[in-house]
Design a protein around this ligand. Structure first.
Ligand code: NAD
Length: 360
């Protein structure tokens, strides 16, 4: 059956890197992938055209798609909008909320060719391959009550850190299944020495563990996890954690790899529908210059093939093609060493397509 992919280029460098992803999708179609690709507007570009960062038409197309591929949204042009509900980021949050995308997969994978780009010693990070599974629609970012109010003559700010057993269980299952497909190790990160909500988190993870006898479950407090990530990151395989801890740890893990221009991500819902996007933003400082690294976006296509379209062979072929291009020494500005020649966005796209074709 033909599967539907919705491409949302977005703002800033979004359209430039989305163009390379579109070419890659076409190459996959030529290699036999049965998909139909549609495009729509989201973020600032959607606001300019329709007055809304998430127009109804885009949301309808997203709901009907098997997978969504998003460039990035946002930029200084829209930062001054007084109505916060019209800001580009609301387009992204609206998609996550409406599609129930609760499971965020953030791989931190370091291609050995780029080990010197990391701020850690190459021997600590060469071959690094971590998958952080972050709960995305609950926890303290969404808990009620929340606010700032006057109490006893001064202002007090408060938020609520809350997770139900069912919310913990569904992200736990995503993580256990991920560990089964990878190295069989799952580390659950919490703060169970201080926070009741994470005592429950730990209990639910323990309850699920016997259902996954091939996965070795361990627990770590979040402060120790932050330390271990920069001390000996290769000890981790899959990490599962709540929304706020995941937000922070996944950015730290991303930086271990040296360039945010290399990292894809996925957000999944209960029916396996997913939204795939680079970890980086719309990079307005380099937009329109044909210098952005398109690899995070092209690797997002690979993740989409693996996790939503059930095409692992094509996913591996794309990842291998990216490795080939790095072996050839091609580097966009963000991953180049001083003195190296910089490839443009389109040149990098061309090279990946050529390597992909050769591996057919
Ligand atoms: P950013 O990720 O856009 O940029 C940070 C730095 O990384 C910049 O110097 C940029 O040039 C560089 N960079 C990012 N992607 C790159 C790529 N593919 N190739 C080469 N260099 C790259 O983060 P920011 O500057 O904090 O945010 C810029 C805008 O993006 C803001 O409006 C922000 O709200 C938005 N944003 C969107 C998303 C998203 O759409 N998912 C995520 C983060 C930020």
């Amino acid at each position: 059956m033909t599967q539907k992919v919705l491409l949302l280029p977005g703002d800033g460098i979004g359209p430039e890197i989305a163009a390379q992803a579109a070419r890659l999708l076409e190459a996959c179609q030529n290699a036999g992938l049965d998909i139909e690709v549609e495009e729509a507007l989201v973020g600032g570009s959607a606001f300019d055209a329709f007055g809304e960062p998430l127009p109804a038409e885009t949301l309808e197309k997203a709901k009907a798609a098997d997978a969504i591929l998003l460039g990035a949204v946002g930029g200084p042009k829209w930062d001054k909008l007084d109505d916060l509900s019209k800001r580009p980021e609301k387009g992204l949050l609206g998609l996550r909320k409406n599609l129930g995308l609760f499971g965020n997969l953030r791989p931190a994978l370091l291609y050995p060719q780029l080990a010197s780009a990391s701020s850690l010693k190459p021997e600590l990070v060469a071959g690094l391959d971590i998958m952080i599974v972050r709960e995305l629609t609950g926890g303290i970012y969404f808990g009620q009550p929340r606010g700032i109010e006057e109490r006893n003559g001064e202002r007090v700010g408060f938020n609520t850190y809350v997770y139900s057993e069912s919310e913990i269980e569904r992200i736990g299952r995503v993580a256990f299944e991920m560990a089964q497909k990878r190295g069989g190790k799952l580390c659950s990160v919490d703060k169970a020495n201080v926070l009741e909500v994470t005592i429950l988190w730990r209990e639910v993870m323990e309850r699920l563990a016997p259902e996954y006898p091939d996965v070795e479950l361990s627990h770590m407090y979040v402060d120790n996890a932050a330390m271990q990530l920069v001390r000996a990151p290769k000890q981790f395989d899959v990490v599962v954690t709540g929304n706020m801890f995941g937000d922070i740890l996944s950015d730290a893990a991303a930086m271990l790899t040296g360039s945010i221009g290399m990292l894809p991500s996925a957000s999944l819902n209960e029916s396996g529908q997913g939204m795939y996007e680079p970890c980086h933003g719309s990079a307005p400082d380099i937009a329109g210059q044909n210098v952005a690294n398109p690899l995070a976006m092209m690797l997002s296509v690979a993740m989409m093939l693996r996790y939503s379209l059930d095409e692992p062979t094509l996913a591996e072929r794309i990842e291998a093609a990216v490795g080939d291009v790095l072996d050839q020494g091609l580097r966009t500005a963000d991953i180049a060493q001083p003195g190296e020649v910089h490839a443009s966005t389109v040149e990098m796209g061309d090279a990946v397509l050529e390597a992909f074709a050769k591996r057919g």
